[in-house]
Design a protein around this ligand. Structure first.
Ligand code: SF4
Length: 598
């Protein structure tokens, strides 16, 4: 019987029948999963019809939290949403911080599993053990903030937390997002479209169930150690001041800031679009997710509009990646994307791909209903992002994602889409960060860094690299040596972080979590007798399960690779000039370390 840390219950909601049931789970089921992403993946593996249409009622949408969500542990505010992805057709999931996860914890449900499709647009209100189905045709086309305010006002409860979709999700844009706490985005792999396909505008949670911990004194002590490690970290001040936007200058200084769709890695107008420029010109205060002492998020006012963010990915997506030095435009896009619910990386990939293809003469305007996009043409970008949001005109095709769009064009044009397994790669050029390149290639949800976040390769900690990964080269960003070992280690810590539902800025980028301190935290929380060795074993089992899951979707070793550009084209200037990624060698080593067949 589960007594500590977990609510111990799964809520199953059938939208077609407007019914729900509550299931209890055992400690033997949850112990090897911990929670969050691992538990969601297991449910998907066990219950999904793999052949299903991701936007059909058979797809399963799972919201998951973990034993430490919303606890005294700093930055433990995350929740993961999982389903078959409409963008990639394989495992889809995305995590976000804010306050939704901690409030969900108070309902007593560790997982919410949604099946079926509502006959009309509705939102769910989950209050402790009660679930209410509220018809909400009046919320159609409402922004995420409007939806959140409406639900809070209607129920006269301003502590309700809401995870909602905007117009992009309602129109099932394949890369639409779910947004909570105003700007906390489950952005990747189109989880907003899955919600839209089920006619589910929002999930609102409010709970009052107390959570008991096995050893609250030890949990407090261990959490304080993490808190101190954050405060004493050598990057604390920089991360506090700039958040992830510090990466604009950091990546530019090593020649890997995506510029004009990864054709260049050094941006000439960096000073106009950097995190420092944003902070000094528009930032008005810091903000944070629930119980985080880093406060890395920033609130800004620009052109009489106020909003939170943007994170690095959005800032880069709507500046250098599309050839724009217009910082206020990027801030405007940040607000639009967060209110309409769109993933910034995939949205900008569609735009930047068209820009490059048109520059090279591979795609003609008349083939895109007259659309002509040139680097830095923010007026046109604004127009086209709106069309994508509502699937208007040519926006309807663009809303299916860059890879799908490219299928109407030549092989040469198709090769220019920068994706892995259908998911557009994040904004960091892998030619100058080889472990990241390997991570994009092997990530079970497609071209993404968060499956391992091997930030260690940027730290230059040579002795530590030798001790942990057998070679100093693991801390050399341009080397491929030791990177498979680094990624195999980091992906376990990344999965642990997602299972406990902590923030990866802290868990991995700041290198604060390890198997020892996580087992101490989990034991104090749950009393389930975790050990570092056991954690390593169950993380490996969960990574194997993701692999098996993607095999069911038809993914093979050949899909674990990078776009041609990163393998065979060099950057022509800057500190990463001349470098390409020998991805096959690294993937082979990675498979060997996992004992997987190539
Ligand atoms: S570090 Fe930033 S993103 Fe992470 S939990 Fe703290 S405020 Fe949220």
């Amino acid at each position: 019987m589960l007594k500590y840390g977990f609510g111990g219950k799964i809520l199953r909601i059938n939208l077609s029948e407007k019914e729900y049931k509550i299931e209890k789970f055992s400690s033997s089921w949850i112990k090897p999963l911990i929670g969050g992403r691992t538990a969601n993946t297991k449910i998907l593996y066990d219950e999904l019809d793999f052949e299903c249409n991701p936007l059909g009622e058979e797809n399963i949408l799972i919201f998951g939290i973990g034993p430490l969500t919303g606890s005294i542990l700093p930055a433990s505010a995350y929740f993961t949403v999982t389903a078959k992805s409409p963008l990639t057709g394989i495992l889809g999931d995305s995590a976000a911080g804010g306050s939704f996860g901690p409030e969900m914890k108070q309902t007593g449900f560790d997982q919410i599993i949604i099946t079926g499709k509502a006959k009309e647009l509705l939102y769910l209100l989950i209050k402790d053990n009660e679930v209410e189905f509220h018809p909400s045709s009046n919320l159609a086309s409402k922004t995420i903030i409007e939806t959140t305010s409406y639900i809070r006002q209607k129920h006269k409860d301003y502590a309700i937390q809401v995870a909602a979709i905007g117009s992009a999700g309602e129109h099932q844009v394949f890369y639409s997002a779910i947004v909570s706490s105003g700007n906390r985005v489950n952005g990747r792999t189109g989880m907003g479209a899955v919600m839209g396909s089920k006619n589910l505008k929002a999930i609102a949670v409010r709970g009052s169930s107390p959570v008991e911990y096995a050893n609250p004194v030890i949990l407090k002590q261990e959490s304080e150690k993490i808190q101190t490690a954050i405060m004493k970290h050598n990057e604390y001040t920089k991360r506090y001041n700039l958040g992830t936007t510090m990466l604009m200058n950091d990546l530019n200084s090593i020649g890997i800031l995506p510029t004009n769709h990864f054709q260049e890695g050094v941006c000439k107008y960096i000073d106009e679009i950097s995190g420092e420029k944003l902070a000094s010109t528009y930032k008005v205060k810091n903000k944070s997710c629930f119980n985080c002492n880093l406060h890395c998020s920033r609130y800004y006012i620009c052109d009489n509009k106020e909003a939170e963010g943007p994170e690095f990915e959005t800032l880069c997506s709507f500046t250098s990646k599309i050839g724009s030095s217009n910082l206020p435009f990027a801030l405007e896009m940040n607000l639009w994307l967060n209110q309409m619910g769109l993933d910034s990386i995939s949205t900008s990939e569609v735009i930047a791909w068209i820009m490059e293809c048109q520059e090279r003469g591979l795609v003609q305007p008349e083939e895109l209903e007259g659309l002509e996009l040139k680097w830095g043409d923010t007026e046109k970008v604004r127009e086209i992002v709106k069309k994508i949001t509502f699937r208007e005109g040519i926006g309807d095709k663009l809303a299916n994602g860059a890879r799908n769009l490219s299928l109407d064009f030549s092989e040469e044009a198709q090769k220019l889409v920068l994706h892995v397994k259908g998911l557009d790669v994040i904004n960091g050029d892998p030619r100058g960060i080889k472990a990241y390149g390997l991570t994009y290639a092997i990530a079970s949800r497609g071209g993404d860094h968060l499956r391992a976040e091997p930030f260690f390769e940027l730290t230059n900690r040579k002795e530590e690299a030798k001790r942990r990964f057998g070679t100093e080269k693991a801390a050399d960003r341009l080397s491929e040596e030791g990177k498979a070992a680094l990624v195999v280690y980091s992906e376990k810590i990344a999965l642990l972080t997602d299972s406990m539902t902590m923030c990866k800025n802290i868990g991995l980028c700041m290198d604060i979590l390890n198997f020892e301190n996580v087992s101490n935290l989990l034991n104090a929380c749950s009393g389930l007798n975790y050990t570092p060795d056991y954690l390593q074993r169950i993380m490996k089992e969960s990574i194997d399960l993701q692999q098996k899951l993607n095999e069911k979707f038809g993914i093979t070793r050949e899909d674990d690779t990078l776009p041609e550009r990163f393998i065979s084209e060099t950057l022509k200037q800057g500190p990463t000039m001349g470098s390409t990624v020998n991805i096959e060698k690294m993937v082979d080593e990675y498979y060997k370390l996992h004992n997987w067949k190539s």
